[in-house]
Ligand binder design. Structure first.
Ligand code: ADP
Ligand code: ZN
Ligand code: ZN
Length: 731
């Protein structure tokens, strides 16, 4: 038999698959197997993408693989990985790496299974203890410990237990050689710890709306055909309860389920609810797990021991067997888009996988994307499960306040002082970290920018540094202006660090908990901050969008969004959608306790549709307006976008290559595709960037044209030093 092997190389220049003859000892190699193969003088790791009867190469030119690694992907997943590679203009190797066991790939073969050694006395060993056999003191201690081992446990002790009795594995091996003990190895699983945060879950009987949603899902599962639907309901309307019941329905039909959540660290409640409902049948896959834990969870799915997988975007590639259900929770969340090559969108991959597997796709959100609203049949959960209505939202116009009043509106300060008087809880969101977003000299106007990127450096007070939030450059906070010597430096605007300090003054002695990627940088710090806020009697949680996601604190009386329109100021067609969901999400989560709640939204753009509709909890109204705007401007879902970015250390070169690429694209794309640019993007990490944007009525023709042009440019020797990146469906 012939294995067609795609080597796991990053280069675009070398493209498999290459044929290898399978010897007898590798007879069980199939599609998805991972092989080590000779390649010229190298040894490469590669994935079998096809097994064939014959090769076009003469037998004497066919090499044999050197070995097969322990486990690989399934044929279904190989197909999915190759599809991602094509669809996102990447390479087969990069697509395949997504579906391999964790850690297997170019870099290596992944974490090994963890085994432990178990020892048991043989009859000879027992006799030796009683009789006069000569034993060293270490050996005697080991045998004595084993003689006392609990017979219920098979009379076995682990090597670790024996080590505490003074015997190391070498001593055990010597005893084994003398026939006094028997040793065996057992595979040990590393299960990730699951932490509880926020409201406890029970198993409530479903209400009418939930039952109707569940019935739609189960009847589609029963038809074993692909269906997709949008589950629209505010936070607390019981979506997760529907996912849980739908996953149970899939399991009871012998099928698996995949549940995607935005970022696992931000969804501890969802994770723990799945874990407590499904126990060992659920596996978690995310990047915070140790390599060994991830490996073991992956293999539990691969073997069918676990049938439900909960994880972030990469879990869409989990080796769940015969998935009957794929859930995308918080489907509007930008984290479903992968940042690096291949820039896949897990929501699109989920559509593909569900279609291939005959699974039901359920996308859930309080603030769905315009694309999903437009495309998917909707099931509504119109009310919160607890029957409590949505809170009043007040929009505070910051244009009326002069600079000296600072970043907090008078009414915000007033509301915070009420919280202090009550000893209650509040959440304040400002989507900007650090102390202040820019610094300049009051005397000469000097401005502190990043030397590598065209952006302001952000002042961080606690660490005493100016930092670039794009490349990681940092320098000491200046005490005086290096140009004019003036010591009067101005810090403009406020980030979470400064606002947290202002709020601490306003609510003292109530505690303030700051949650942003600075304060939550250490592993586990994020959950720790949330837990401290949860268990505190009163206090304020201040932070970036991290505070508005995932968790559920029923006793929060006040939620505040600062600078709500900041995201509107980005020149991006998704600004409206982002702003709406940021504000509506926080507003929709507030006031869930008995005492009701209040929401304040500070903004410079109170009339913007995104803000107005969010304040009115009017998702349908916003999406109708937004879809109309998208239709007029021919943005998704009324077109497909592809973005091609070219970067180089030399600005002229970046421009020249971008123009060349534009010319090539113009020849290659089907008619009806518009090419915009080259447009400059801000310099990043010392690279000058140019962007070409394609607006295409149909996706396939545009994708294959771009793929062809990118492959051609990547292969051109004259273009060394130019980086290219393609983003299909940019976010
Ligand atoms: P969502 O995922 O939409 O935020 P959840 O499923 O988390 O909503 O439900 C919110 C809260 O309401 C949870 O504490 C959940 O246990 C509870 N809940 C959900 N459905 C019901 C129901 N039918 N009856 C009573 N409580 C429910
Ligand atoms: Zn100066
Ligand atoms: Zn920088």
């Amino acid at each position: 038999m012939i294995a067609k092997v795609e080597p796991l190389l990053t280069t675009r220049a070398l493209r498999g698959p290459f044929d290898y003859a399978l010897p007898e000892r590798l007879a069980d190699v199939g599609v998805g197997s991972v092989l080590v193969v000779p390649f010229g003088r190298q040894r490469l790791v590669g994935v079998v993408v096809e097994v064939a009867e014959r090769s076009d190469l003469p037998p004497e030119r066919l090499a044999q693989p050197l070995e097969a690694l322990e486990a690989g992907a399934t044929p279904e997943l190989v197909g999915l990985g190759l599809w991602v590679a094509r669809e996102y203009c990447s390479t087969p190797a990069r697509g395949l790496e997504l579906v391999l066991p964790p850690g297997v790939g170019r870099a290596g073969r992944g974490a090994a299974a963890r085994t432990e050694l178990l020892a048991r006395l043989t009859p000879a060993g027992r006799a030796a203890l009683e009789g006069g056999t000569r034993l060293g003191s270490v050996q005697r201690a080991a045998i004595a410990a084993l003689a006392g081992a609990d017979p219920a446990g098979g009379g076995e002790l682990t090597a670790a237990e024996l080590r505490s009795a003074g015997a190391d594995p070498a001593a055990l091996r010597r005893l084994e050689a003398r026939g006094l003990v028997e040793l065996r190895e057992r595979q040990r699983e590393r299960r990730p710890a699951i932490v509880d945060v926020g409201a406890r879950s029970s198993r409530p009987p479903l209400n009418a709306a939930q039952s109707a949603a569940l019935a739609e899902i189960t009847s589609a599962i029963d038809r074993s055909e692909h269906a997709a639907l949008l589950l629209h309901g505010v936070t607390g309307s019981g979506k997760t309860e529907v996912y849980l019941a739908a996953a149970e329905a899939a399991l009871s039909r012998g099928r698996g389920a995949i549940v995607l959540v935005p970022e696992i660290a931000l969804a501890p409640q969802t994770v723990s609810r799945f874990a407590s409902r499904f126990g060992d049948r659920v596996a978690l896959l995310h990047s915070r797990l140790s390599a060994g834990e991830r490996r073991d969870e992956w293999h539990r799915l691969r073997s069918g021991e676990a049938m439900v997988c909960v994880g972030p975007r990469s879990a869409v590639f989990a080796p769940v067997r015969d998935p009957g259900l794929i859930v995308v929770d918080e489907e509007h969340d930008p984290s479903y888009k992968q940042e690096g090559d291949p820039r896949y969108d897990a929501r699109e991959v989920a559509v593909r996988r569900a279609r291939e597997a005959g699974a039901v796709l359920v996308c859930g959100s309080a603030t769905p994307r315009p694309e999903s609203w437009h495309r998917l049949p909707r099931v509504e959960l119109p009310e919160r499960a607890d029957g409590i209505g949505l809170p009043e939202v007040d929009v505070l116009d910051m244009r009326m306040t002069s600079g000296e009043s600072g970043p907090l509106h008078r009414q915000t300060l007033q509301a915070l002082s009420e919280i202090r008087a009550l000893g209650g809880k509040a959440i304040v969101m400002l989507n900007r970290r650090g102390w202040s977003p820019s610094v300049s000299c009051r005397s000469c106007g000097r401005w502190w920018g990043c030397p590598e990127c065209d952006v302001s450096l952000v002042a961080h007070k606690a660490s005493g540094r100016l930092r670039c939030h794009h490349c990681g450059h940092s320098e000491a906070l200046p005490e005086a202006c290096p140009d004019c010597g003036s010591v009067t430096l101005a810090r403009h605007g406020a980030g979470t660090e400064r606002v947290a300090e202002l709020i601490a003054e306003a609510v003292a002695p109530l505690p303030v908990f700051r949650l942003d990627s600075d304060s939550a940088a250490a592993a586990g710090a994020h959950l720790d901050i949330l837990r401290r806020f949860e268990t505190a009697a009163g206090g304020v949680l201040v932070g970036t969008q991290m505070v508005g996601k995932g968790h559920d604190f029923p006793d929060v009386l006040l939620s505040v969004v600062l600078d709500a329109d900041a995201t509107l100021r980005f020149p991006d067609f998704r600004s409206e959608e982002r702003t709406f969901s940021l504000v509506a999400q926080l507003a929709g989560r507030s006031g869930r306790g008995r005492r009701g709640g209040r929401v304040l939204v500070q903004t410079l753009a109170p009339e913007a549709p995104a803000i107005r509709h969010a304040a009115a909890h009017d998702t349908a109204g916003f999406l109708a307006t937004e879809l109309e705007r998208r239709r007029t401007l021919a943005y998704p879902p009324f077109s497909h976008l592809l973005r091609l970015e070219l970067s180089a250390t030399d600005a002229g070169r970046a421009q020249a290559v971008a123009e060349l690429a534009r010319g090539r694209l113009a020849e290659a794309v089907p008619s009806g595709v518009r090419i915009l640019g080259p447009a400059p993007r801000f310099r990043l990490r010392g690279k000058h960037r140019r962007q070409l944007l394609l607006k295409a009525p149909e996706r396939d023709g545009a994708v294959s044209a771009v793929r062809g042009v990118v492959d051609e440019l990547a292969a051109a020797r004259s273009l060394r030093g130019i980086s290219l990146s393609v983003d299909v469906d940019p976010q």
